[in-house]
Write a protein that binds this ligand. Structure first.
Ligand code: ADP
Length: 380
């Protein structure tokens, strides 16, 4: 499917020999509910910031409809091919690949199946080699391409970029829900274009009032990873192809990206430790009374009856996603309701199928563990 420029050059002298994702320790999606919020700019600068911490970083521009990484990374050379595989370009220490490098003059791909096929090729055919982190700059929105990518790429987590306006939050929530569906933990929220810092007095002016990033993080119960200022220098450095972290290392904006990278790493580590520590060692569904018993990895024990879990279902049909208010009337649930099936959702929760046919809620281990009393013995 891909055509390589015959004279394509790359600055990557370190030709790795392992195609696909096999030697990548963590894959993180950078997503947004809508376009233009600065997702690609965050992905680029975050990649460079992580690289400046001495980590091996890759950046996959999966925004096939509007690939902007070649411009932002300042490297438009067609990548080389080796035995039918693609060698990623390398700039500022970051290995990167983009449809914009491979078919720069091609008309925009319109149909999702073709886009999905192209992304599959990116995932399986690029010689990424060993990486600590691969960041995937997702196309905006929550369509088939995003879903397919989230499923294929064994993501460690996703970060969601939003702008401060309240309106943007509602759209970003939809993006977050998509990751819930495919069991990918949200590592946190980044608020971009968050206040204009005066280059003379360093005072911040809130151009778009709203605090949307913090609000979104609260709603989703995920960490707020940081705020990136609205700074013309960020835009200009993107256009010039020299990320601000390279151009102006001591600037307020560069510091914001470095803080973001630090927070992301800390939080990813927490999620991974938590999912190991919090996770259940053993889950038992008691057929007799339909109750659920979880023995946690730390040895503690929790017990739940089906009715309590059903009325606390966190899905969008049972809880209003904007106000957080419960829509489900507990009186409408039969006291004899049972849990029919229990499935693990990634490493962070359970999906329960109830006897009333309902099964869309994801019960996070964190919440289950916090909420439930511990029972003294195995008997329920
Ligand atoms: P997206 O990937 O969400 O569509 P981009 O990263 O392409 O958005 O950014 C859209 C435009 O906004 C670009 O011109 C970019 O340079 C500019 N931009 C992004 N973030 C900032 C910022 N923090 N300050 C100033 N301009 C920004």
């Amino acid at each position: 499917m891909f055509g390589f420029g015959k004279n394509g050059k790359t600055e990557n002298n370190n030709e790795e020999t392992v195609p696909g994702l096999g030697k990548i320790k963590n894959i993180i999606a950078v997503a947004s509910g809508k376009g233009g919020v600065g997702k690609s700019t965050v992905a680029t600068n975050l990649a460079v910031a992580l690289c400046q911490q001495g980590l091996k970083i890759g950046l996959l521009d999966a925004d096939l409809y509007g690939p902007s990484q070649p411009r932002m990374m300042g490297g438009r050379e067609a990548p080389k091919a080796k035995n039918g595989h693609i060698i990623p370009n390398e700039k500022f220490g970051v290995r990167f690949i983009s449809m914009g490098l491979i078919q720069p003059d091609q008309a925009v791909i319109v149909r999702a199946p073709i886009a999905i096929k192209a992304i599959s090729q990116f995932l399986s055919q690029v010689l990424w080699g060993e990486l600590d982190y691969l960041l995937i700059d997702l196309p905006p929105g929550t369509g088939d391409i995003q879903l397919s990518l989230a499923q294929q790429a064994r993501l460690s987590g996703a970060i969601i970029v939003t702008t401060p306006q309240k309106m943007a939050v509602e759209i970003a929530i939809k993006g977050a829900q998509m990751f819930e569906v495919v069991n990918v933990p949200i590592l946190g929220i980044v608020e971009n274009m968050s206040g204009l810092v005066c280059s003379h007095c360093q005072q911040t002016t809130e151009v778009f009032k709203g605090g949307g990033g913090v609000e979104l993080a609260k709603k989703l119960e995920v960490p707020f990873l940081g705020a990136i200022p609205l700074d013309p220098e960020i835009m200009m450095s993107g256009d010039d192809g020299v990320p601000i972290l390279e151009k102006s290392k001591t600037s307020h904006a560069a510091k914001a990206y470095l803080d973001l990278a630090k927070n992301l790493l800390e939080n990813l580590q927490k999620v991974q430790v938590q999912s190991f520590e919090i996770g259940p060692g053993n889950i038992k569904l008691h057929e007799k009374d339909g109750s659920l018993e979880i023995e946690w990895k730390d040895g503690s024990l929790s017990s739940f009856d089906a009715y309590s879990l059903r009325v606390k279902c966190p899905c969008a049909t049972c809880v209003d996603e904007n106000s957080g208010k419960r829509i489900l009337n507990p009186a409408s649930v039969s006291l004899n309701i049972q849990i029919k099936e229990v499935k693990m959702v990634g490493r962070y929760g359970l999906s329960l199928q109830f006897s009333d046919g309902h099964g869309t809620g994801i019960y996070k281990f964190k919440n289950l563990k916090e909420e439930n009393r511990e029972v003294p013995s195995m008997s329920v």
